[in-house]
Every structure is written in C-alpha cells, then in structure tokens.
Design a binder for this molecule. Structure first.
Ligand code: GLY
Length: 426
C-alpha cells in the first residue's frame, strides 16, 4: 500500500475528533475498539516509516558477525575447520580440509576482514588457509571452486601474492582433469552402482575458479571447459519452467543422458531450494565472465521462477524444497536464501532497470530477515556460526535445521555486495 494511503496518526486523531464532535451513535465500547485499532495502525505505520536503513542494519550485522567468528576462532581445535552446529543436540561438527565446505570459514573471515580491517580476522583466515593448501592437488572432487576460490580467491583479491596465484592455478588444473569432452561436463561425484557420470547443479559454482585461471594465465582451455559445462547443464538440467533437476547422470562413453534425479531434494521432479540458488548464482557468474546474453536471460528466468514461486514465503526465506508437500510445516533453508540474495544483487547490475529494482528489493528483504533474531544467533551461541536454520540434506536426515558455514559465507558476501553497490565498501 502506498505510504500516503496508510492510516497514520493524523487520521486517528481526525477519527476521534469526528466521533466526539458528531456525537456519533456508536456504542461506547465499539468506539474504543475503533480508536484502539486506528492507534495500532498508526503505530505500525510509524514503525514502518521509522524502519532502520538497511545499510545501518548491515553495519551492525557485519560487526556482530566479526565478533561471532572471533568467538568461533577462539573455540575451534587447531587442525580442523567448522562444519555445522545443531541447536537440538548443542553439538558442533568440524571437518578436515577435503570436505567440500572447507573454504567457507576462511572465505567468510576474508570478507569480514575486508569490511573491518581487523587483523585478527585476516590472521585466522591465513591460519586456516594453510590447512587447505594441499587440496590444490585434489583431483577426487569437483568442489575445488568452493574450497579454493572462496578462500584463496578472496585472499588473493584482497592481497595478491604469487603463492596464492600458484595455489589457484593448481586448483584449476586439478578441477579440469574431471572434464569429459564427450559429455561436455566436469564430473561431480564418483561413479556408483546408481550413476556413471553424475553432474549436480551445484557444480555451476565451481566455474568461477576456471574463469579466473584463464584471466590469470592466458590459457583459454579453462574458459572453454567452463562454457561447455554451463551450456551442457543449461540444456540438460533445466526444465521448461526454469527450475532445475539436482542430478543428471550421463553415459561417459556417449555423452547421452542416462537419468535425471535428485539426491538432496524432495523428489526427482521437485525444485530443491539450494540447487535453484546455485543455478541462479552460477549463471549470473557465467554472464559476468563471458558477457554472453543467453546466460543473462537464463539467470533472469531462474530469478523469475524463484521470486514468483507460490511456495516462496512472505519473508523470502525458502523452504528446503519448493515442492515439499509439508509446506508450510517444514524446514527453511537459510543457505538457499543467502546464496539467492547474493546472486540477485550481482544480477541486478546486469539486468534492465525494472528487473534490477525488483532483484534489489527482494535481496534487501532477505538480508533484513536474516539479520533478525529469528535467523541471527546471539554472539557466543550457535557454535559460533552467524545464522541459524539451514537444511543440508533432509532426505538423508543430515544437517537439518542447523547452522552451516556456507549460509554464513553467502550472507556476509550479500551484505558486502550491498555495501559496495551503495558505495560504502568496507
Ligand atoms: N554441494 C552440496 C550442497 O549444496 O549441499
């Protein structure tokens, strides 16, 4: 409702004078109810007008996030990386450097350092990046983009060194070994009895590392792999409504699609929430890196699918799967929300003015919601994680309604992007 049409204090006052002066025949109790209702409306109108500016909300949230991560740093064992915190069991899980999420903790610290210039954050990022270094030679995972680009990629963006560059180049080379030119994709997971050459939508997130490698080295092979992977994925992972399957399994000898299924979603046909956010983010990066308009169109269409989805809640924090039959009595996924917000802010830079405005407004709503007590944990609680209420793998009964490193990472990234867009870079 436009603000000028909202009942305000002046209309309440007018109503009271009106009722008194005209000796309105309404029963006294009814009169009181009407007046109280108008005063309530006036109060909420005032509250809406007085909403704290988002940049201020973000500054507070980033400061709290830095304090929370310092608490995390003080409590984590030296040889491991944070992974999750379960509020029901009050237990944290950690991981070694080979887990796909190992780069998010140092990556978040890098962003928080960028915002505050607090050296303690940089020192902790550097310490944990040391644990990750050996993964540059890991050819057994497609997650090297997550692991190495969120950590070393950000470190190198802030303070470039030859050592970081070498690690990133080796990581890109390792990732490229998983590309099969017959399929036209990087293999996500290893072959099993069920799948021969599974590719998951999440894999779109690992391509940014390859674009960096071509830019840095001049070797176009990384760029070509990224573009081929994205084109194959656009063709085979996406449905006519621009939602995506989670897993597409290929025959590595012919490149034919064997089967399209889910691993972490509700059903093969469903729209697993985080997967949709990964795709949105991935095709936004594709447009940024290639300027090929077909990727921009694709990202816009995914954004439209998400933003207009009938199961998108009013507060814009998605349920874990858009097709869960238990909606609304099921879990949210704060990680899907933070990835989506960060992606929409970036996409708003490339989209036309109308779309751009709607992407920013949507992302603003997500950030504002995540910054509330409903999602942000008090400092010293939640195992040191910033956000609550993410869902990792519900069908596997793993990491349900917990804190997760990547929810924190993309939330902090979204806030940094918002600040940068408004010319308030930390
Ligand atoms: N890449 C795994 C996930 O999003 O859960």
């Amino acid at each position: 409702m436009p603000s000028r049409l909202r009942p305000g204090w002046h209309s309440s006052l007018f109503l009271m004078i009106f009722m008194k002066q005209t000796n309105h025949p309404m029963h006294r109790n009814k009169k009181i109810i009407v007046v109280v209702a108008f005063l309530f409306a006036a109060g909420s109108s005032f509250a809406q007008k007085a909403q704290t500016p988002l940049l201020k909300v973000i500054d507070t949230a980033l400061q709290k996030a830095a304090d929370q991560y310092k608490y995390m740093a003080a409590n984590i064992a030296p040889a491991v990386l944070p992974r999750n915190y379960n509020p029901l069991t009050k237990k944290s899980e950690t991981s070694n450097s080979g887990w796909w999420c190992s780069g998010f903790y140092p990556g978040t610290l890098n962003y928080l350092y960028e915002n505050s210039h607090d050296n303690a954050l940089w020192t902790e990022a550097t310490r944990t990046e040391k644990l990750l270094e050996k993964e540059q030679f890991n050819k057994g995972t497609h997650d090297l983009g997550f692991m190495m680009f969120c950590s070393f990629g950000n470190a190198n963006r802030l303070m470039p060194t030859a050592a970081y560059e070498e690690i990133l180049m080796n990581s890109a080379k390792s990732l490229s070994t998983r590309f099969n030119p017959t399929v036209g994709c990087i293999q996500s997971w290893g072959a099993t009895a069920k799948w021969k050459f599974p590719v998951i939508i999440d894999n779109m997130m690992n391509l940014e590392l390859l674009f960096w490698a071509t830019k840095h080295s001049g070797d176009s092979s990384f760029y070509k792999i990224a573009v081929t992977h994205a084109n194959t994925t656009m063709k085979n992972h996406y449905r006519p409504d621009y939602s995506s399957w989670h897993v597409v399994d290929y025959d590595p000898a012919t490149g034919n699609v064997n089967v399209k299924q889910t691993a972490q979603g509700y059903a093969d046909y469903s729209a697993w929430a985080r997967g949709q956010s990964w795709g949105l983010y991935g095709y936004t990066v594709m447009y940024r890196s290639t300027k090929d308009v077909k990727y921009l169109q694709h990202a816009n269409r995914i954004a439209n699918y998400l933003m207009t989805h009938p199961n998108m809640p009013a507060d814009k924090i998605p349920f874990w799967d858009y097709n869960s039959p238990e909606i609304p009595a099921t879990y949210r996924d704060a990680s899907a929300a933070s990835i989506m917000a960060s992606a929409l802010l970036e996409l708003s830079k490339y989209a036309d003015a109308k779309k751009s405005q709607s992407y920013i407004a949507f992302a603003e709503k997500v950030i504002r919601e995540l910054a509330t007590r409903a999602y942000t944990a008090p400092i010293g609680e939640n195992g040191g994680f910033i956000l609550k209420h993410s869902t990792g793998h519900l069908p596997g009964n793993s990491e349900v309604d917990v804190a997760l490193t990547y929810a924190d990472y993309y939330y902090v990234e979204a806030m940094m992007r918002y600040k940068a867009m408004k010319g308030k870079k930390g």
